[in-house]
Design a protein around this ligand. Sequence first.
Ligand code: ANZ
Length: 852
Amino acid sequence: MAGEYDFSAIEKKWQNYWLTHKTFKTEDFVDKPKYYVLDMFPYPSGAGLHVGHPEGYTATDIICRYKRMKGFNVLHPMGWDAFGLPAEQYAVETGTHPAVTTEKNIDKFREQIRALGFSYDWDREINTTDPEYFKWTQWIFLQLFRKNLAYIDEVAVNWCPALGTVLANEEVIDGRSERGNHPVFRRPMKQWMLKITEYAERLLNDLDDLDWPEGIKEMQRNWIGKSTGAEVEFGVVDHDDIITVYTTRPDTLFGATYMVLAPEHPLVDRITAPAQRSAVKVYQEQAALKSDLDRTELATEKTGAFTGAYAINPVNGAALPIWIADYVLSSYGTGAIMAVPAHDTRDFEFARTFDLPVKCIIEPDPAAAAAENVDVAAVLAGKACWTGNGKLINSANAEGLTLNGLEVADSKALATAWLEERHIGRGAVKYKLRDWLFSRQRYWGEPFPVIHFEDGSIKLLDEDELPLEPPAMEDFKPSGTGEPPLAKATDWVEYIEPGTGRRGRRETNTMPQWAGSCWYYLRYIDPKNSEAAWDPAKEKYWMPVDLYVGGAEHAVLHLLYARFWHKVLYDLGYVSTREPFQKLINQGMILGVSYKDQRGALVPSDQVELTPDGPVRKSDGEKLVEFPAKMSKSLRNVVNPDDVIREYGADSMRLYEMFMGPLEAVKPWNTKGVEGVYRFLKRSWRLIAATPVVDRACTAGELRVLHGTIKKVTEDLDTFGFNTAISQLMIFVNEFGNKPELPREAAEAFVKLLSVFAPHIGEELWEKLGHDWTVAYEPWPIFEEKYLVVSEVEILVQVLGRPKARMMAPADADEATLREMALKQAEIRSLLDGKTVRKVICVPGRLVNIVI
Ligand code: ANZ
């Protein structure tokens, strides 16, 4: 009578309804508590949506729907992070303008996302490549520049010839590009830099107050890399120069036996003795070719060159030979170190390689040395390195510095104080974080609003000259020399200053893709504003983002950059919160199913046949082993959301992705699982649409199941436990599914709960229950504990294991009470007549067994 569950008609119907009624349009300043839920917006690639997108998007959508029903004013927007390399590479190959490709891809993404029934306010859609958007990205750059946080520097950059661009440190992993895995080389180039280092301390400290996964916070802490130590000044024999080193171990000053400068250190040329010049030069040239990572790799053999100069140890006047070596980086600390081979592993290896003295000044703590299997005698003799704790030895001078007998920690403080008194050293803090390399040699990015004049001076465009759009071009090819593609647009590049007639050239680098995503969450607040990036009153109403969900791959890059911009905007008074994203959840990766044969070779999914005995190779029937692996084109194990939606519907797709396991967990895709939730939806459909709904009150038993379900689903949603909430809905359907009728109270509450997970079927069933308005803003059902308390339970009474009677007993009755009650039952008394009761076994809440 109710018809079958026709998901495809239902889903289309409600998606249209939501769009035409603007059901999820969000008003500002509504007098309700606000809740801002942000998704990491996608890069609209040509491949379309993959199953990882709907995972996070479904989770946030469920929370948004839940919060709306709980009375919150919810902001839930979507947009496109659309500048980026693939559209440009496609342009190089086919001549299609990146704007054309981008628009096409966005249309596809929008359609796919809408097909999943997410409750976005589409009036707030943004696109980072839209001039009305990047106008404000350029405007923020002006603010950074005015605050002295943007500068041009000739820096050793990560140059990636394959990509034809430089990359940020964060984009280089093990000497290769994060995107595309191409080799990256060091090369000096004039680039725009952003002074993120000025915010290092705040970026570090403010992590403490964020409700983020601990692992992500730790990755940011490590990336910022705060180190506490001292700077110490060393004179140079026969020179006026001073070498300042940074050390975390001022306690080891008496153990220094040589010095090392980074090969690029500015003093190298000045102090190198004539006889050493050519060797030093050769070494410098070799070092220039290596990346910082290769240079600091612990396992590599230590290399270096002697400068012929000597430094003077300020604590004891010892002359220390000065070397250059690539294990000392010019970009960290002061680019110079005092080497203490007895207590630093890298220095020890270097000293061994070049036969330099090793002087022990810490007697290892015996227990610690034993635990680490270190021979104390060898350490004392300078034949082994000890980096742990212990008591200082050989560390005293005639000028009042005596560290002998002290522990490491106390010695650090004493040595630093001694240096400070003499003005030859001071406590110091260093960070691993470097300034952010902010320019790229790309076409498809935001142009810098900057003019370079012939005399070397620069000027920034005025706000009213923005947006500065990229020139129309046909040849997008990178030149390969590092010259950006925009340089070829000569008409665009040439600039004549109005009024003065001064000639200049436009900046031809563009901003990196991170720029647009650094502030998009602010534009959603006021996406159509043409006067300002956003209205401060709206910003105050909506910020901070209450919940941000996305992949963990953004742990450092995007999440650190956005926090940095946000803090700058905070200092300038444009935003009212110190941090942008209060709570962060990382969705776990969804893996595909892959197969390998007996020799361990991969077998693409389309060559596999699934038999009742397991997977076999189609061609020869060889038995295969199934294992989860990252979805990839080459493994042909990519699940396409469109296929799943076509076969089972968007509601099944949503439900399955939430039912696979905890949101944060890595989980393998399993199509059988989709079938399982699809069956559950069909049963839910029958329960509401095909069971007579009656206007009678629920029985005590029904109330218990109903309120138990409301309670479990509510509590699970509050803790993002989507999979267990869905299990509870399944329990509800099992309990009510076999009854001839359904009380309205239970039916309506169930549909409301279901509607946040599976909104299309939710709306349709709500309508079937006689409502002519969306369920999206109905009040969330409230559970009452009183219905959950079970006061009496039925107890089975057995004699010799056979059921003989049933009795009602208080739910909390103890064994003694149950035994007494059981023996008093009329049926039991007659059965036991004349027999001896040998034993009574009680299972409280369930049964009593009498042994005679
Ligand atoms: C002497 C010393 C003795 C050191 C000892 C360590 C152990 P973090 O914790 O990473 O800050 N160092 C300083 N600047 C460097 C550079 N530019 N390149 C390579 N190494 C550098 O490490 C600081 C320590 O790393 C410093 O403390 C310095 O070596 C080295 F038993 O100074 B130490």
